[in-house]
Design a protein around this ligand. Structure first.
Ligand code: URA
Length: 286
């Protein structure tokens, strides 16, 4: 595999060091290190080649992040509305019928769980509403809550570099190159604690509808809460990564959350292998 200077720079930015025997500086990485071997399988073919995306339901023009949805002062004093399981099913069915504008509004005004009480902004998601790649993370943190956009803190910077290494972006581009990023939770849990099961269940209705509307060709599930929401599995990432799962028929590749990669940089090579697996799905006919 020959890496362009640009790709080398990208991989270096992700923290992945490419190396090769001195005598063959451009050769493939050695087979001795499976993670690095995987990590050096070319990235770019998948997302840019492959069959044309199928016709989609009512494409939406909105590509920029939503105007940050601040809770209005009236909403801020509205009570949390606890729901019975029957209510929840009815609510999920109703959310499952919403189109983009109504879905955004529904998220912005949501008071279904306690997380509404501490939020500054809901974090709907960002990207191309017809994206081929959909990235699912966990929940907004402090900066995301402040700005109303997902993955804008340090983990987001790493995510952006990972996307860039694949020729992808959250910025303005066509559906092959511009991803859609969403979280399992649309509100920040206090002190960034883990999402609770009832929060995941309630907010899941929004994520499921987003996935239906985007209709991505590939979902990248980052971290264990994304996995729980999409695959209903509590197996560790290490046991789920490296193969292709399905969410309502769509391929799902599981990988480590970027925040975990910041704490455990040695796992970045595995994460890169996961990204390459994901890219390969887009070049493989369904
Ligand atoms: N981590 C996530 O999973 N999502 C964000 O939006 C920010 C950090």
């Amino acid at each position: 595999m020959r890496w362009s200077e640009r790709q080398r720079t990208m991989l270096a930015a992700m923290g992945i060091t490419l190396w090769a025997p001195r005598s063959a500086p451009e050769a493939d990485a050695p087979a001795g290190d499976p993670a690095m071997h995987e990590a050096t399988r070319g990235p770019a073919r998948g997302p840019t080649h492959g069959p044309t995306h199928a016709a989609r339901r009512e494409p939406q023009p909105v590509r920029r992040p939503p105007a940050a949805a601040t809770t209005s002062s009236a909403d801020a004093h509205a009570p949390v509305r606890p729901e019975s399981v029957t209510d929840r099913d009815a609510r999920a069915r109703e959310i499952g019928l919403l189109e983009w504008p109504a879905l955004r509004e529904r998220v912005a005004s949501c008071r279904a769980c306690r997380l509404c009480e501490g939020r500054r902004h809901t974090v709907f998601g960002v990207g191309n509403p017809q994206a081929h790649w959909m990235i699912v993370g966990e929940a907004p943190g402090e900066q995301e809550d402040r700005l109303g956009e997902p993955f804008v803190g340090p983990a987001g910077e790493l995510l952006d570099r990972m996307l860039q290494a694949l020729g992808l972006t959250r910025g303005e581009a066509g559906p092959q190159h511009q991803v859609f990023i969403a979280n399992t939770l649309k509100c920040r849990p206090p002190r960034n604690r883990n999402p609770e099961p009832d929060e995941l269940a309630l907010c899941g209705a929004f994520l499921h509808r987003q996935i239906e509307l985007v209709n991505p060709r590939l979902i990248l599930a980052m971290g264990r809460f994304a996995v729980q929401a999409l695959l209903e599995s509590s197996e560790p990432i290490g046991r789920l990564r490296g193969r292709v799962h399905r969410y309502r028929g769509r391929p799902v590749v599981v990988t480590y959350h970027p925040a975990y990669l910041l704490r455990s940089p040695a796992e970045k090579a595995r994460s890169w292998a996961d990204l390459c697996l994901a890219a390969s799905q887009l070049s493989t006919p369904a």
